[in-house]
Design a protein around this ligand. Structure first.
Ligand SMILES: NC(=O)C1=CN([C@@H]2O[C@H](COP(=O)(O)OP(=O)(O)OC[C@H]3O[C@@H](n4cnc5c(N)ncnc54)[C@H](O)[C@@H]3O)[C@@H](O)[C@H]2O)C=CC1
Ligand SMILES: N[C@@H](CC=O)C(=O)O
Ligand code: NA
Length: 439
């Protein structure tokens, strides 16, 4: 019988062995036969970069692979998996890997949203893959569907719950009446939160993911600084309670949409807490789960749902990218190029079109509602619904509460209108202003 030579192993370097990295390592070391069968060659873990070689490690992960030099390790592998987080040394290590001809798999949305162009150019120049399925919505396959499956369609709008921590926190506030800080601590203990949870709470993590999704969906480079961002630290227990009473739930949403012609318009990309009707599919997304709702011209509405955070779920997306990159390594061919030919202008935040629900405390006397409605009309903002709660509310004693929901208008005119309403003598206080999406 002729002797067939077995293919050389595909060498994988793992940069980071924390919540995600440890699960990736376990996926490789505990599953070698399956991985080899899927790839067509053995997959060999050649090193693991960590901050300290004394860090806790699952006994199945060989300690001998540990190093504290991620940049050096990045130069001696066929595939480099970056799950350290942060900007440096992740950026330098990835550039080193790409320039040495290695494919890179990363979960680092913060890095991609800030330094994407430099990294994609290095990947294009080397003709290798730079894959990042885990960077948006953890385990949910969303990068590949938008980048590849929908590449022949026009995406009009993306509405996503893309941060597990804040969804978990808002859910805990609504269902168990927990305070925000207490719920954040639980999310940290469960491994959902970023190293600094401010990135989750203040919407930076979701904004980075929104930039990545918008870039792919609209074939335009969108970076973190293009995304209007507001986190959930201003959301109160009373907001959550009123949302429920008025038929909504509060979600931190990432919104990316084309305004105007689908192939020649302008795009708006933003992250903010929003009231979502309790009948909308996104309203039923609980805990740390994520969901991305995509509206495309030909495909219509699509929804992608699953675990958006956590070590094991996220490792599924990382390992999927590793298998794809390893297969390409074996079969040959260049990595996928970045698609950035459309160049839609990105609108400033004030040009976004949205709806507001304004909750305000007003003097409890006749004629006040008409006054407030008059100000809205003067500013060309039309009212969808008004609700008046009984006097002596919890928000302001001796006052009545008005809850006004507007029709869609430019963000700038809605903001000016709220200022004009606040200036009325009969208005004691604007208690909260929340945007309404998905209605
Ligand atoms: N935890 C999650 O649910 C998800 C995390 N991600 C992303 O995955 C990446 C990693 O996140 P986690 O695993 O949660 O972080 P982690 O903090 O649990 O782990 C980080 C690992 O990288 C190592 N590391 C950090 N800086 C290093 C340096 N300078 N040199 C050598 N090693 C270094 C640490 O020793 C640790 O092993 C981040 O980019 C994060 O945004 C993405 C999706 C979900
Ligand atoms: N901190 C992030 C982790 C996944 O990207 C989140 O909470 O979603
Ligand atoms: Na994903």
């Amino acid at each position: 019988m002729p002797e067939t030579s077995s293919p050389a192993p595909v060498r994988v370097a793992l940069l980071g062995c924390g919540v995600v990295g440890s699960q990736v390592a376990l996926g490789i070391v505990t599953n070698p036969i399956d991985l080899a069968a899927r790839v067509g060659a053995p997959v060999e873990l050649v090193g693991i970069a960590v901050r300290s070689v004394d860090q806790e490690l699952d006994a199945r992960i060989p300690r001998a692979l540990l190093t504290t030099d991620p940049v050096e390790l990045a130069g001696r592998a066929d595939i480099v998996v970056e799950v350290m987080g942060g900007i440096e040394p992740a950026r330098t290590a990835i550039l080193r890997a790409l320039r040495s001809g290695a494919a890179v798999v990363t979960a680092n949305k913060a890095l991609l949203a800030q330094h994407g162009p430099e990294l994609f150019e290095a990947a294009d120049a080397a003709g290798v893959d730079l894959s990042y399925e885990a960077a948006v919505a953890g385990a949910i396959p969303i990068i590949r569907p938008i980048r590849e499956s929908l590449a022949g369609d026009h995406v009009r709008r993306i509405l996503g719950i893309v941060n597990g921590t804040t969804n978990f926190v808002l859910d805990k506030m609504a269902s168990e009446g927990l305070e925000l800080e207490q719920a954040v601590k639980e999310a940290q203990a469960l491994g959902f939160a970023e190293a600094d949870p401010t990135a989750d709470v203040e919407g930076y993590d979701a904004a980075a993911k929104a930039a990545i999704l918008a870039s792919l969906a609209f074939h335009t480079r969108v970076s973190l600084k293009d995304v209007a961002r507001e986190g959930i630290s201003g959301v109160t227990a009373a907001d959550v309670e009123w949302a429920k009473k008025t038929g909504y739930v509060i979600k931190l949403l990432a919104v990316a949409e084309v305004l105007g012609k689908v192939d020649d318009g302008e795009i708006s990309v933003r992250v903010h807490p929003a009231l979502v009707p309790d009948t909308h599919p996104l309203a039923s997304v609980r805990g740390a789960f994520n969901a991305v709702f995509v509206e495309a011209d030909a495909a219509g509405d699509l929804m992608f749902y699953g675990q958006g955070a956590g070590g094991r779920p996220t490792s599924s997306a990382v390992l999927g990218d590793v298998v794809s990159a390893a297969r390409r390594r074996l079969t040959g061919g260049k990595g996928l190029r970045e698609s950035k030919d459309q160049r839609f202008p990105v609108l400033p935040p004030e040009a976004a079109i949205t709806r507001y629900q304004v909750r305000l405390a007003v003097a409890d006397r006749p004629g006040v509602l008409a006054q407030v409605a008059g100000v809205l009309a003067d500013h060309g903002v039309s009212i969808d619904t008004v609700r008046q709660a009984s006097s002596h509310t919890e928000d302001e004693s001796g006052a009545a509460t008005l809850i006004i929901t507007t029709h869609a208008a430019r963000e700038a005119s809605l903001a000016t209108t709220v200022d004009a309403v606040a200036a009325l003598e009969s208005v004691r206080k604007i208690i909260s202003v929340l945007r309404v999406e998905g209605a």
